[in-house]
Structure formats: C-alpha cells, structure tokens
Design a binder for this molecule. Sequence first.
Ligand code: SAM
Ligand code: DTB
Ligand code: SF4
Length: 333
Amino acid sequence: MAIRHDWTADEAEALFKLPFLELLHRAQSVHRQHHDAGTVQLSTLLSIKTGGCPEDCSYCPQSIRYNTGVDNEELLPLEQVLEHARAAKAAGATRFCMGAAYRSPKQRDLEKINAMIGAVRELGMETCATLGMLTPDQAQELKAAGLDFYNHNLDTSAEFYDQIISTRGYQARLDTLQAVQDAGLNVCCGGIVGMGESVRDRASMLVTLANLPQQPHSVPINQLVRVPGTPLGEGPGVDPFDFVRTIAVARIMMPRAQVRLSAGRSAMSDELQALAFMAGANSIFYGEKLLTTGNPDVTRDQQLLQRLGLRAEAPAQTAQRLQASAQFDAAQA
Ligand code: SAM
Ligand code: DTB
Ligand code: SF4
C-alpha cells in the first residue's frame, strides 16, 4: 500500500470525527497490514543532561524559567550512561534514548555524546538521541558516531506553536528534521496531546508529520504530564478517548511508523493502554523514569504485556526492522 504524503487537514480531522469504534477498526486494519500486531518495541530513556534549558516550552520541567525543583546538572559521565544502558538491555529494552536539555548542543558536548552513542551501540542496542536543534554538520557527525534515531518533536501544530513556545519557531524544528533526514538518520518525531490544542491542531500536526518528504520512522504520542511550576502545570486532563483517537489517526496516516505510546502512561489505566495498542501503538517508553518524571515500573509493564498476550520486540527483530526500513527508504529515494 502506497504511503501518502498529500494529506489535508480536513481529511485528518474527518478521521478524528469518525465514530470511535470505526476509527479503531480502520487503524487496527492498517496496523495489521504493516506490522506484527502482537509485538511492542521497548525504548528506555535516560536524561544525560538534566535541567537549566534556556528555552521556554510551557510543558517542560527542564526550562530554567520555571520553578519545578529540577536542578541544572552536568552532562553525565560515559560510564554512568553505559551502566543505565546495560541495565535497560538486561530488562529487555532494544532502544536506548539519550535526552539532553539543550536548545542545541555545543561542540564539546557533542564529542562526549558521540562517544556515548558508540559505546551504547556496541552493546547491541538501537541508539536514539534528543539534543535540540542541529546543524546539518552536527547531524552528520551523530550519524558517523553510530546514531540510529534522532528525536525532535513538532509537539503541536504550526498554528498553535506560538502559544506553547516563544523562544524558537516551527520552521526551526522543520529545518532540524530536514538536516537529520539528509544525514541518513531515522527520524523520531511526534507531539503532545492535552496542552489546550484543538482537534484541528492535532490533525494539522499529524498532517505535517505525514507529509514530510519521508515519514518519521518513530512517532511518539505523549500525553501532557502536568508538572507543577510550568505554565501548563494545572488544567483539565484530556479525554482518554481523544488521546486514543490521536494514536489511531497517526497509525492510519503513517502506516509504517512505530507509533509510541509515550509520556503520560503513569496516569493511564491498563485498559486505556490496551485501547492505545488496539489503535496501533506498537512501542512504549520502558523503565521507571522518563526524563525527569515517572513511568510505570518494569514488572508492571511486563505483566501488562503478558496479560494482553503481547510480546516485547526481540533484538533480532529490531535488526530486521532497521534493515527493512533502510531498504524501503532506499527504494523510495
Ligand atoms: N531539548 C530537546 C528538545 O526540546 O527537542 C530534547 C528534550 S525535550 C524534553 C523532548 C520532548 O519531551 C519534548 O519535545 C516534548 O515532546 C517532551 N516533553 C517534555 N516535557 C513533557 C511533558 N511535561 N509532558 C509530555 N511530554 C513532554
Ligand atoms: C518524547 O516524545 N517523549 C520523551 C522523549 N521523546 C524524549 C520525553 C518525555 C518527557 C516527559 C517529561 C519528563 O520526564 O521530563
Ligand atoms: Fe528545553 Fe527541550 Fe524542555 Fe524545551 S522541551 S525547555 S528545549 S529541554
């Protein structure tokens, strides 16, 4: 089935407005054409550089502008990062994602991070980093260091973006994504649900993602974690069905992507998470911590997968998936 890059916001919004079970059925059908519906990929996050970020993203506990109790820490030493990666691998994760609270990385930090990437890759895990905005040269450097994925979220629609962040524009996000794609890195890009955006905004963000020259390989759908002290620290929760709808529409519009049920799982029931898998999510963040906030513990997640008869993606499957996706990209180019 061809991948479409000509989605309109009206079409996407119409998907959001389908009766819930109809939408779920369509998403599950697309999911089964492109994926093994019994497998969920596990990614573990580590904040390698926490806090003190100069940006003003309204949702983020790591911005220096908000009083959230998150301290400004140094970049972690290589050995400490490796210890976390080894533990993540032993617990069953196949991807290790290193996050840094940067607007963009400085050259001397990038050199240290390159060494981390090389060492994590030697463990036989997929590597992912999220370090803020990149120049084309920096993206190529990360690729040469052995990076598999770069995470850089659009977070919301172009129309709503300036309500959430004032210190950078949407185009800067798109430019980094282009640099990442040009460097031959796999793109991990998604957004946050629950920041006060409209259904049209959710549709518009997914249209931007799906219509990129190459659709993202990974699409994290985060439910806003309200952190006290941030401008979005208080407010109503999102309707759980609307959250699941966002996953379903992402699945339909980006059939080959790994759609990740990302932040916010600690506040979700097992039944809601099962609905998200039904809607086509096939990846989760796995491990007790996201970057600064909590995540369900591993035994709880292992039990959840077992209760649902789902399997964690095995390392051999991970390698096959990466290879198949590289072949697909080459054929498309
Ligand atoms: N500084 C880099 C950047 O902004 O691209 C990388 C790290 S940043 C923390 C990565 C992503 O985490 C954000 O784009 C956002 O989607 C997500 N995130 C941050 N705080 C969140 C929150 N409170 N709830 C849900 N997602 C959040
Ligand atoms: C993504 O989309 N979500 C992750 C990861 N990419 C870097 C981060 C979620 C952060 C949640 C808030 C925190 O723990 O600080
Ligand atoms: Fe900084 Fe990233 Fe948080 Fe924005 S989301 S404040 S860029 S760490």
